[in-house]
Ligand binder design. Structure first.
Ligand SMILES: Nc1nc2c(ncn2[C@@H]2O[C@H](COP(=O)(O)OP(=O)(O)OP(=O)(O)O)[C@@H](O)[C@H]2O)c(=O)[nH]1
Ligand SMILES: [Mg+2]
Length: 436
């Protein structure tokens, strides 16, 4: 398969160790010419990498095909960190016959050699890029092949179904068609339910990937910026007793219970003639629209007024939590809400919990969450075909059902990469980092 490729697999910069990898038929012969030492399979070999004036004492690992990440012969050099040594080692490999790997090319070869499915490769990238524990968990789950297993199992069931349907079609004299269709319907309904359950996790997947976005809104001076600071545990936003202190939206992210929560502090919404403040208020309204959760802040030490009422209306259709701030002062409101004091910190931890509770985080029975749009689309496509096949089974003949079953089969194959087209596969791997 193709030429031998090489790349630096650790990030560029100063560090203790840098790793340079090589994969392909010539990996061992190139390495043997440059590395003075043994190259035993699957062992850490100590030796000297010699090239021009470079004499680098380093470790080399040889993975004999097919027991390697890519499925090809691979050699990895663990050299001293910093940019120069690694670059020099890479240069030596390139001058000795390897070519520079493209982004994601190691992983792509692993995929093409059947070492991992497309969705597992995507899971691996999610693991590398994870910025929260929930993302990491979802990535590991994907990488471990749960989703490809689901897709493959579905494909197997569909293949069996096709076989039964085709037998019925080939031997019409046996009057098996009705039976084959009946048995197909049962299986189809089971698969529809499972696919729907998986698709029900899409909302959660989006929250995991991009974090839960929370807009803090309220009329001026209710303590929005103070609450942001309390939630972050640092003085991020300016707090004053003057109404209209915050004029632009400020956003910051915290990690809570494994999830990223992005808070947006907004300008207090009120009538204003001030040009800057007006723009700020428009932005507040936009923040409300795009938020997953709105914290509507009320100053509980003052009576409710029409500005509070207006904001209640404005946020009506949203997932909203009423927050009664300044609970350290005497209360003058009689509405239900979470009592907090941005000043003393009281109730702030409970509020964080309440935010996560308010978004329902759904996972599939096997712990799967769909975080990837490509998977979502393939599953939707499969679901459509399954549903059509199911309703066709009610009235039509076996050949139409068979046709639709094949369509569902192809859609499931897109998840593992089996039936995905080459251009899309190239596009997916090109998003990987260099050396992976
Ligand atoms: N006693 C008490 N005072 C608070 C509390 N939270 C905020 N304040 C005070 O309320 C005033 C307004 O606070 P901010 O956080 O600037 O209010 P805001 O809603 O961001 O105001 P704008 O940006 O102008 O819309 C400040 O004087 C704060 O010190 C609280 O929990 N208790
Ligand atoms: Mg403010």
């Amino acid at each position: 398969m193709g030429k031998t490729i090489a790349s630096i697999s650790t990030p560029m910069g100063v560090g203790a160790i840098a790793i340079v990898r090589m994969s392909g038929d010539e990996a061992l012969s190139i390495a043997s010419r440059l590395f003075h030492g043994k190259l035993e399979d699957r062992k850490l070999n100590l030796g000297q990498f010699v090239f021009e004036d470079l004499k680098e004492q380093c470790l080399a690992v040889y993975f004999k095909a097919p027991r390697s990440f890519t499925g090809e012969d691979m050699v990895e050099f663990q050299v001293h960190g910093g940019v120069i040594v690694a670059r020099k080692v890479l240069e030596a490999l390139l001058e000795s016959g390897a070519r520079l790997a493209e982004n994601g090319e190691f992983s792509k070869r692993a995929f093409l050699n059947g070492k991992l499915s497309l969705s597992s490769a995507e899971g691996m990238i999610d693991v590398i890029n994870a910025s929260s524990e929930a993302e990491l968990k979802a990535g590991y789950n994907l990488m471990s092949g749960e989703l490809s297993k689901f897709a493959k199992d579905s494909q197997t069931a569909l293949t069996d179904m096709l076989a039964e349907l085709e037998v019925a079609l080939d031997y019409p004299e046996h009057d098996d068609e009705a039976m084959a269709i009946e048995s197909a319907r049962k299986k189809l309904e089971d698969m529809i339910a499972k696919t729907e359950a998986l698709l029900a996790t899409v909302g959660t997947g989006k929250l995991i990937k991009s974090g839960v976005s929370v807009a803090i809104v309220g009329k001026p001076n209710v303590g929005k910026s103070s609450l942001l600071n309390a939630l972050l545990g640092e003085d991020r936003a300016i707090v004053t007793s003057v109404e209209g202190t915050t004029r632009d939206t400020i956003s910051e992210t915290i990690s809570y219970s494994g999830y990223n929560i992005n808070f947006v502090d907004t300008a207090g919404v009120r009538e204003s003639d001030d040009e800057v403040e007006k723009i700020g208020i428009e932005r507040s309204k936009k923040a409300i629209e795009s938020a997953d959760v709105v914290l509507l802040l009320i100053d509980s030490s003052r009576e409710l007024d029409e500005r509070d009422q207006e904001l209640m209306k404005l946020t009506e259709g949203k997932r909203r939590i009423l927050v009664l701030n300044k609970c350290d002062l005497k209360s003058k409101v009689e509405i239900e809400g979470i009592k907090v004091s941005a000043k003393s910190g009281e109730g702030v931890e409970e509020l964080k919990k309440k935010i996560l509770d308010s978004v329902d985080l759904k996972v599939d029975t096997s712990g799967l969450v769909i975080t990837n749009m490509r998977h979502e689309e393939a599953l939707k496509e499969a679901l459509d075909a399954l549903k059509e096949a199911d309703s066709a089974a009610e009235s039509e003949s076996a050949d139409i059902v068979a046709f639709l079953v094949k369509r569902a089969w192809t859609a499931f194959g897109k998840i593992t990469g089996e039936t995905e087209n080459e251009a899309i596969i190239d596009k997916i791997f090109s998003k990987f980092c260099l050396g992976k």
